[in-house]
Design a protein around this ligand. Structure first.
Ligand code: ATP
Length: 244
C-alpha cells in the first residue's frame, strides 16, 4: 500500500497541494484525475520522493519515503520520455535492464517489447520513433523489472485506440502482483480504474470506485462530476464574499 498523510506543497507563494491524505490500495488500479495544473504530477513526485514537500509524510510498503530499497520496487513512467535518442529501442531496453542489475533476461526484454507491440521496431533508432512509439517504449521500460508499484503519468497519450485497449488489459493483468497509480485526462480510461482520486482545488475532492462516484453525484460521466465540483466551489466563493 502507498500512503500519503497530510502532504502540503507550495512552489514559492503558490500552494499546489494542501493537507492531502490518501491511501492507494494494493493490487488495484488507482486513477488520479483532475484538470490540467491541479498538481497530479507534483503529488506523484512527492509520493516517490522526487519532489520535497513542506509538511506531511509518505510511506510505501510501510517504509518512509525517500527510501532507496523501496525505490527499486517502483516502476515510473514520466510524462516526458527520458529515452536515449541515438540508441535503438532494444538498446534502450538493454541499458535499463543493465541498470536494474542485470537480473532481467533477454526473454523478458523481448516479452516486454512484445507487450507494447514494438518487436518489429526494436532495431530502429529512437530518434526515428513517433510520439506514440516513444510512449510505448517508456512504458516498456517502466514495466521491465515487473515492479511491485507502477506509477504511470499519462501512459496512453499518443497511443492508438486498439493498442490502448490492449495496454489496459495488460495493466489489469499486472495488478495481480502490483499496485498501480495512473494519471489520465481520458475519461473512458478513468472508468477502467478500480478506484479514482479526483483532484481539484489543491486537494482530493472526491474518491471511490468510478460507478460509486457517479451514483453519489447522480451524473452519467466523470466530466460532469468536475462540473458539479466547480459549481460548488463557485457557490462557496460567493458565500465567503457575502460573509465578508
Ligand atoms: N518545479 C516547479 N516550480 C514551480 N512551479 C511548478 C513546478 N512544478 C510544477 N509547478 C506548478 O505546479 C502546478 C501543478 O503542476 P503539475 O504538473 O503537478 O500539474 P498536473 O495536474 O500534473 O498538470 P497536467 O495534467 O497538465 O500534467 C502548475 O501550476 C505548475 O506550473
Amino acid at each position: 500500500m502507498m500512503k500519503i498523510t497530510d502532504i502540503s506543497k507550495s512552489f514559492g507563494k503558490q500552494t499546489i497541494l494542501q493537507d492531502i491524505s490518501v491511501e492507494i490500495p494494493s493490487n488495484q488500479i488507482t486513477g488520479l484525475i483532475g484538470p490540467s495544473g491541479t498538481g497530479k504530477t507534483t503529488l506523484i513526485k512527492c509520493l516517490m520522493g522526487m519532489e520535497t514537500y513542506d509538511t506531511g509524510s509518505v510511506s510505501i510498503h510501510n517504509a518512509t519515503i525517500p527510501n532507496r530499497k523501496v525505490l527499486n520496487k517502483i516502476g515510473y513512467m514520466a510524462q516526458s520520455d527520458s529515452l536515449y535518442h541515438d540508441l535503438t529501442g532494444l538498446e534502450n531496453m538493454q541499458f535499463f535492464a543493465h541498470m536494474y542489475g542485470g537480473k532481467i533476461s533477454k526473454k523478458s526484454v523481448q516479452s516486454t517489447l512484445n507487450l507494447v507491440q514494438l518487436t518489429q521496431e526494436q532495431n530502429k533508432f529512437v530518434q526515428h520513433y513517433s510520439g506514440g512509439m516513444k510512449r510505448r517504449l517508456s512504458l516498456a521500460i517502466a514495466l521491465l523489472n515487473r515492479p511491485e508499484y507502477l506509477i504511470l503519468d499519462e501512459p496512453t497519450v499518443g497511443i492508438d485506440p486498439v493498442l490502448k485497449l490492449n495496454i489496459w488489459d495488460q495493466l489489469h493483468d499486472l495488478k495481480k502482483n502490483s499496485t498501480l497509480l495512473i494519471t489520465t485526462h481520458i475519461m473512458d480510461e478513468a472508468m477502467k480504474c478500480d478506484q479514482l482520486l479526483l483532484m481539484q482545488n489543491k486537494g482530493i475532492a472526491a474518491s471511490g470506485a468510478p460507478q460509486e462516484i457517479l451514483e453519489t453525484f447522480q451524473v452519467s460521466d466523470i466530466d460532469q462530476v468536475f462540473l458539479e465540483l466547480e459549481g460548488k466551489e463557485h457557490e462557496n466563493a460567493s458565500l465567503n464574499e457575502t460573509n465578508l
